[in-house]
Design a protein around this ligand. Structure first.
Ligand code: C2O
Ligand code: CU
Ligand code: CU
Length: 544
């Protein structure tokens, strides 16, 4: 931003006490990057395309999808890998410190833009919805990979259309490595396995079904078919070795309570923003939309022929907050008509149903709200002996933990209340405005702040996975939720870097983050993609 714009902003800022002020129109679209900068010398350069395609997911008709496809132009061979038997986008593998140029082409009949979720990049590279491009247009990203080693991802971010675009297949992993991580000698190559968990619904001709009415939208899309890496009934065939599993919840709204079927503890080595200080073991793990965890899986003590199932367990708090139960409202329509009027598990209705029938595609019943029933996510089959052994380091990384006093406003944190009011998702009573921020959404470059996110009890109670662009934050406090706390309380890993925090109804979280390197307009929003599309998203401005 140029000097005179700061002055303009400062002037507007002082008027903000009277109410909203409009962000100067200069950044609206005009600052988009549509041509390459010849002075930028990328280590990795790729052409990324969003396109329509067909994928053979089930037997019978192939499925129409939207997907990302990449063409490497420059850089190491292992930097990009397209996945052919799935709608999921390519896996990009970058190293911290590399400069990357992505020439993005939009070949889908919809406006779109790409966001690099979790990455600390300049505002032009963040994929803000004001930068959307039409079919046939291109957008150029040129940035340095700043983040710690970890499991990040990318997905579209057009306002009002992110839900359907991700749903039809647009998403991919962005895996970063760095020197610190390399020195640990963690499982790599075929021992480093991405696991993207999503839910989908298909009609009888194998085509994807997305939601249509506002009531379904209000809760967020929930499918009846679990997909892992874009495939149904996913089975990993592994050896008696040690593995790193990189889990991403890439679902639009479904929350998982992860557990191994035989009671094996989950060993977590990383969260959204990379490695923890030390491995953490859990009986179960809550994974909200957009959250990641890296798991350590040691199969060395297993026998060939053994099987292990990654499950999602039943939990409370994401069902009906009021009215007649979620299933009742949905009328079974989105569940391919296989079930009648299910009732929610709250509000005094009889809800939990035992042995529901398996799905037509063999996917099993996953429930019409998160946590309703237990179901399988994927199977691990031990098919052969493999003596590859990696040792789980006792110490993985050093994290400099913030103290509350590190935040300039720790006595009076900025507070953002997420609430579903009159079927309209809101943040502090507001909804998304493309280039607008209000006075409590302006922060200063080179400051550290505490933000308090509140999942309001007013209106309809539902979970909100809250995400902030540009930063990784630390969770310094999380209060219990109002509903079913006992069924989820051990499932959070809050002692690492995060960019998304799952807030169950009534929950509050205080997070601390620093605004560094880049000024500009970024987003914070609910990562329930239907909530985001309905406007549970706002800008914040980092001022120099
Ligand atoms: Cu994963 Cu604003 O997004
Ligand atoms: Cu993001
Ligand atoms: Cu939400």
């Amino acid at each position: 931003m140029k000097r005179r714009d700061f002055i303009k902003l400062a002037a507007l800022g002082s008027a903000a006490a009277l109410g909203d002020f409009v962000f100067p129109g200069i950044l609206k679209g005009k600052s988009a990057r549509t041509e390459i900068n010849p002075n930028f010398k990328p280590d990795v350069e790729l052409e990324l395309r969003a396109m329509q395609d067909r994928v053979q997911i089930f037997s019978g008709p192939s499925t129409k999808v939207w997907r990302y496809w990449v063409k490497p132009l420059k850089g190491p061979e292992n930097a990009v890998k397209n996945l052919s038997d799935t709608y999921l986008g390519p896996i990009l593998r970058l190293e911290r410190g590399q400069k990357v140029r992505v020439i993005f082409h939009n070949d889908i009949p919809d406006k779109t833009i790409v966001h690099w979720h979790g990455l600390h990049v300049p505002e032009k590279d963040d994929g803000h919805p004001r930068f959307v491009i039409n079919k046939g247009e291109k957008y150029v990203y040129e940035f340095e990979v700043n983040n710690r080693a970890g499991t990040y991802w990318f997905h579209p971010h057009p306002h009002g259309r992110t839900g359907p675009q991700v749903y039809y297949g647009l998403a991919g992993l962005f895996i970063i490595s760095d020197e610190e991580e390399k020195n640990l000698n963690l499982p790599s190559g075929k021992y480093d396995i991405p696991i993207v968990i999503q839910d989908r619904s298909f009609e009888s001709k194998n085509q994807l079904l997305y939601l249509t009415n506002r009531m379904q939208k209000m809760w967020g899309f929930l499918g009846d078919q679990i997909m892992v890496n874009g495939r149904p009934n996913y089975t990993l065939e592994l050896g008696t070795a040690t593995y790193r599993l990189r889990l991403l919840n890439g679902s639009n709204s479904r929350i998982y309570k992860l557990a191994w079927s035989d009671g094996t503890l989950l060993t977590v080595i990383a969260t959204d923003g990379g490695l923890l200080e030390k491995p953490v073991t859990k009986n179960y793990l809550m994974l909200g939309p957009a959250e990641r965890v890296d798991l350590w899986l040691d199969l060395s003590g297993r026998k060939v022929g053994d099987e292990l199932v990654l499950k999602s367990l039943q939990f409370e708090g994401a069902g009906m907050g009021m009215m007649d139960g979620r299933g009742g409202m949905m009328g079974g329509g989105m569940m391919r008509g296989r079930r009648g009027g299910m009732m929610g598990n709250r509000g005094g209705m009889e809800g939990r149903q035992g042995g529901m029938m398996g799905g037509a595609m063999g996917g099993g019943m996953v429930g019409s709200f998160s946590g309703e029933t237990e179901f399988e996510i994927m199977r691990v089959k031990i098919t052969h002996r493999d003596d590859a052994r990696y040792t789980l380091p006792e110490s993985l990384s050093t994290i400099k933990f913030y103290k509350p006093e590190d935040a300039i406003n720790y006595r009076n944190p900025r507070t953002f209340v997420f609430a579903m009011m009159h079927m309209q998702p809101t943040i502090n009573g507001r909804t998304f405005q493309m280039t607008k921020v209000v006075s409590d959404e302006v922060v200063r470059l080179n400051t550290t702040e505490m933000w308090k996110f509140v999942n309001s009890r007013t209106g309809i109670e539902m979970p909100h996975p809250v995400h902030v662009h540009d930063v990784q934050f630390q969770i310094v406090e999380r209060t219990p939720s109002d509903i079913g706390w006992d069924s989820i309380k051990d499932g959070f890993v809050d002692n690492g870097w995060k960019d998304t925090v799952l807030l169950m109804p009534g929950m509050e979280a205080k997070v601390i983050m620093s605004f560094k390197d880049y000024t500009g307009l970024y987003l914070y929003h609910c990562h329930n993609l239907e909530h985001e599309d309905m406007g549970m998203m706002r800008n914040f401005l980092i001022k120099g």
